[in-house]
Ligand binder design. Structure first.
Ligand SMILES: Nc1ncnc2c1ncn2[C@H]1C[C@H](O)[C@@H](COP(=O)(O)OP(=O)(O)OP(=O)(O)O)O1
Ligand SMILES: [Mg+2]
Length: 140
């Protein structure tokens, strides 16, 4: 039994029209070298929205001005990391001027992925469901 509150994180599911939707995934520099959208921990006193924007800037060097954020398209994932519950709130955000990418040391690679590719390399079931749901809303 644990009474500790979950670890909170937040991020942006960055996408572009090319012309079909492609999602931006980043590969962790450390094992298991998993792929996720830009995201990270909510700092003390920070809200999820602010954390999502800050992490997207830190991890992918993408500014708020380059994005059209879909505040209406969001979902929170919940999973366990090393025995602790973690929640990650994601919003969809269109990158208006897809350009070169700059990564921080936390990631070793990036990829623009079709829905099927993204589901395959992001791997986790819940992330697959999120991507399907976002894709449906963004193409509605
Ligand atoms: N959707 C998911 N469902 C289950 N496990 C996941 C999911 N996403 C990542 N993981 C795994 C991969 C890692 O072993 C572990 C931590 O990964 P992750 O949550 O991406 O945090 P992180 O510490 O790598 O980065 P961050 O600081 O950006 O949150 O959980
Ligand atoms: Mg991160």
């Amino acid at each position: 039994m644990s009474s500790s509150s979950p670890v909170r994180a937040a991020g942006l599911v960055v996408f572009r029209f090319a012309p079909a939707i492609e999602f931006l995934l980043l590969q962790a520099s450390y094992p298991p070298h998993h792929w996720t959208p830009p995201k990270g921990h909510v700092d003390p006193g920070e809200d999820e929205w602010t954390a999502a924007l800050r992490e997207t800037k830190e991890e992918a060097n993408i500014d708020k001005e380059q994005l059209a954020i879909r505040e209406d398209v969001h979902k929170t994932l919940a999973y366990e990391v090393k025995g602790k519950q973690k929640t990650v709130k994601y919003w969809a955000a269109q990158l208006k001027n897809p350009d070169g990418m700059t990564l921080s040391h936390e990631h070793q690679n990036w990829k623009w992925c079709s829905l099927d590719e993204a589901i395959k390399i992001a791997d986790y079931v819940e992330m697959g469901e999120l991507l399907r749901e976002f894709h449906a809303k963004l193409t509605a």
